[in-house]
Design a protein around this ligand. Structure first.
Ligand SMILES: Cc1cc2nc3c(=O)[nH]c(=O)nc-3n(C[C@H](O)[C@H](O)[C@H](O)COP(=O)(O)O)c2cc1C
Length: 206
């Protein structure tokens, strides 16, 4: 099978990580920067991450994740955060690069900036944009990790208030999910992949 299809279709949420194996921060950074090639509205890249590799901090995070063992066994955990202020905070950097690359004339930058910012004024819309793009980044991360021989496990099972306190998050920083990353424990087998809906069950043609 084509290598890319294999990375996607053979991805599993790995419940059993090998606790004896570490991953270097350099490798995690490389995977994150490849993942950051994900698309985003106006290329605003509203994702942020916090990487947790330290053993004691993984223990604390495990408690916040209702005791999920994989949090402690994984080499690292990556908290994916949606920055709901990205429309304001990232817009200059993005538009300056568009000017540099010749996508737009510098004369239109300010008016384009105002129209982009207008889309981020409403908190609900801003949250939707930031979370949507961050989820694309997260999916890229899970596939990219596999290309480097690593496995992942996405998690929504955490106490959000405690996570916010643990990471000192500000109100505009919206936790999207935590992704545990590491090597699968070769001595443990996952259950077979559970049923996936067919097109007829989740799609329609009009
Ligand atoms: C956003 C998200 C949050 C999840 N949260 C948890 C979690 O907290 N704990 C857990 O054991 N599994 C969690 N899962 C894993 C799902 O249960 C798993 O993806 C699903 O059962 C399909 O299995 P597969 O990923 O091995 O194909 C989560 C998955 C996603 C995408």
């Amino acid at each position: 099978m084509n290598q890319c299809l294999k990375l996607i279709t053979e991805r599993r949420s790995i419940t059993f990580f090998d606790p004896s194996r570490d991953v270097s921060l350099e490798l995690i950074k490389e995977i994150l920067e490849v993942s950051a090639t994900a698309p985003s509205g106006y290329n605003l890249q509203p994702w942020q991450v916090v990487v947790i590799m330290d053993k004691e901090k993984k223990k604390l995070l495990r408690e916040i994740c209702y005791g999920q063992k994989k949090v402690e066994d994984a080499s690292a955990n990556i908290v994916i955060i949606a920055n709901t202020k990205a429309g304001f905070e990232n817009v200059d950097r993005v538009l300056d690069s568009w000017v540099e690359l010749g996508y737009i004339q510098s004369s239109v930058k300010e008016s384009l900036k105002r129209s982009i910012e207008a889309g981020w004024n409403d908190p609900q819309r801003a949250k939707k944009k930031a979370v949507r793009d961050s989820a694309l980044f997260a999916m890229n991360l899970m596939i990219t990790a596999r290309a480097y021989g690593l496995e992942t496990h996405p998690m929504e099972g955490y106490d959000e208030a405690k996570l916010r306190e643990f990471l000192n998050l500000e109100d505009h920083q919206e936790p999207v999910m935590i992704i545990a990353i590491g090597y699968k424990d070769p001595n443990q087998d996952l259950l077979p992949r559970a049923y996936r809906f067919k097109f007829e069950e989740f799609g329609r043609l009009i």
